[in-house]
Design a protein around this ligand. Sequence first.
Ligand code: KIV
Ligand code: ZN
Length: 387
Amino acid sequence: MTDPNRVLIFDTTLRDGEQSPGATMSHTEKLDIAEMLDEMGVDIIEAGFPIASEGDFTAVSEIAKRSRNSAICGLARAQFPDIDRCWEAVKHARRPRIHTFIGTSPLHRAIPNLDMDQMAERIQQTVTHARNLCDDVQWSPMDATRTEHDYLCRVVEIAIRCGARTINIPDTVGYTAPQESAKLIRMLIERVPGADEVIFSTHCHNDLGMATANSLAAVEGGARQIECTINGLGERAGNTALEEVVMALKVRHDIMPFTTGIDTTKIMALSRRVSQASGFVVQPNKAVVGKNAFLHESGIHQDGVLKNVETFEIMKPTDIGLNEANIAMGKHSGRAALRAKLRELGYELGDNQLKDVFVRFKALADRKKEVYDDDLVALVQDAATNT
Ligand code: KIV
Ligand code: ZN
């Protein structure tokens, strides 16, 4: 990667996203989503956790075989059988990657009951093993944001020395905050020998609703890979949402001069496909891809948008591949919006006719949450026959 401001997008919808309780996807759905991610320009697709099940192994292998542009990555714990199984699945890809991890915080070190030195030795052995199989190895200290800084520097240095090319810093429980996220990456880049030879990555969870802000702050701190999922799918409150970080970098390029390789016009189709496959409905007011993200109902907003769309829209619906109308007709809508909407439906009304239809429209909107195109046509026809 030559451009120092290019940020790699690592999508983990099919691994961390699918880990969300109830979000299990079928084999065909996974292949379909992987193909869409590849076409969208995602740099790395984490396709699954090959040792977790036969189904995961088959899906990762098949995605690896079909991959065209994206690197295909599989997850493996810091154990030789996990790493071997992962390699067996990803090796078919044009650009295979092994991602191996271990929990490094005091709470996580207690689980396998390893002391600091024993864990350091395990990291050295497993990263070396992965690197003997695959050129592209990513290593993660799970719960990095709650790991002692001195120890984090020590183990990151070991992983780099053993050949990891990407060092991913997970905020596993969504605990960090933007200032801290930036500082942590900056600290690692400054203190760890060899840090300038690898790419630092950020992997945030959204438990406090800060995943997007934390990921962008990490980029400010020097990270050049963001791990994320479509619709922010993921365990508990989810992961960083791909559509949010990518659109934030696009819309606020003036203050965050970083680029990605994502074709943003494919965002909406992927959001819908992932929602359908996972069964996770996207909340209507979800940033970027929610049903209401580009809809205006209040009279003042509708009037503004009709005169100059930039008054209330910071990005174009077409930027994410959405070609639908952005005006929702409801009780807060004004006369200008009604006139524009009727014009769109093929009705050009005189002032008196519009006044009449507007009164009927307001009465209906008081009874109904949303007034649809068919309702408006009925109102116009009714007004024509009953005046
Ligand atoms: O959240 C996390 O720590 C993870 C790791 C496996 C990278 O998903
Ligand atoms: Zn995670």
